[in-house]
Design a protein around this ligand. Sequence first.
Ligand code: HEM
Length: 485
Amino acid sequence: MSPPGLFNPWNPGLMWHWKKRLFGLFEVYERFGMDTVSVVPYAYGNPMIYTANFEIFRQVLAGGVKTPWIKHPGTTFQEWGVNVHTAKKEEWKRHRRITGAAFNNNLYTHIWEQTVQAYYDWTRDEGWSATEFASIPVIQTVTSKLTFLIIVVCGFGLNTSWSDEAHTDTGNMTIPEAMRILSLPSPFKYLPKPMMQLPFKALREFRSVRQVVDKYMRERVNERQAYVRTQVAMNEEGDRDMFSLLVRANGNDVMNGSKQTLSDSELMSNVFLMLFAGYESTAHTLAATFALLAVHPEVQDDIYSQILDVVGLDRDPTANDYHNLNKALYAYFEGTRMFPTVVAIFREAGEDIPLPIPVSLTSEEKTTLVVPKGTIVALDVLGYHYNPHYFPDPTKFIPSRWEGDAKGDTLAAFGHGPRICLGRRFSTTEAVAFLTMCLRDWVVEPLLQEGETIDQWRSRVLDGRFFLVLGVKNVPVRLRRRRAV
Ligand code: HEM
């Protein structure tokens, strides 16, 4: 990915991780007989260490505030200042403690209920109440709309619904629409600040959307703080969205005179972060899960019978059912394993660090590699997820492999250790609720082109696509109703 490399026609570029994910005679790790290798650029750039070994993931990601491994969070998450993603050492601990308090059962129940409601609104708006077959040309349009809706309602407390159109209340667009535009992967986010001022139309539009959201957020933070303080003072229960819970957790500390609080700008930076950190990831992963399920009707039947056992047909599933609906959860874990949006997690050695690594792919024997200060270690999430040593038959969709690992602790897609993704349960809650609602009513099938076989659909669709994060290609599916209405 170095500048000269970009002009090399054989350079797999951003798809490197995807193309090299498999283990096999001619693939990187197998070729060198190790699952930890040093990658040395031909012409430009520094050597890096790539690893698909989970023991090394654990070692590198294990340390708390005193870890010698440095996390570089990337420019997108720094836009609004210091937050739990960008903070380091003691500062991170303070951010994590307060933001972590917002991720509680109240929030998960709220997410669950809103997801169930969104499912009903979606199918009603589509007019599918008595339909036997329904076509969805691109499932990502649905998963993206869902996860964005959930983050603005449950994350930010906006009063909007599936059916709301994107019309004006500030200038030309609604706040949810402005937030959506701002949260989409955009190359503008990577431009240095002075370049953002260049007089191009697209840049001007991007700037103005940002200003609209910025101004709106600042006003809401002030408003919400005052509101939550009154609620706390009057001992009232308060709202369940993440923003209110965050303001409340911080407010409680402020009132207790604790020094461990967030400033207004830190609070806002965290709210922005939550809005933009995970909704696209969840949308991509859910789309991949739908695609995999479409070619695995037997897995759907298995999930369906569990839904019948746990929920039945006469009531809606509730957040209390989450732990008993683990077959839907395992399908989502498996989708996350095969299409992890974050393909690698990077850490820089802050000092010379000894790292015990296995001497070969098959050996238990270890040798010590001293990683020199300044070296970047890429924890190759994709490589690990396709490492047959950990996941036998890694190219096969086998949700039952997660039985016995109910929290997905061996999944690396959400990171690992103290800095593991704060939104992991947020993401799995909406995924399990949505899959449960869909699979109870419908069988998901591939939407085939004329003359296309299921195998051809599989090779056309079940492939990676990379734009800042990894996703599956556009997924066309058909829903077939399970029971007559
Ligand atoms: C499929 C969905 C998601 C994936 C794959 C994902 C992935 C990740 C990964 C890999 C990390 C760790 C990065 C590192 O250690 O360098 C992370 C951190 C984080 N994620 Fe997620 N994420 C998802 C959803 C979410 C959601 C929905 C939210 C919030 C609502 C969220 C909020 C965060 C935050 C705040 C952190 C930083 C935690 C810290 O540094 O203490 N994520 N995520």
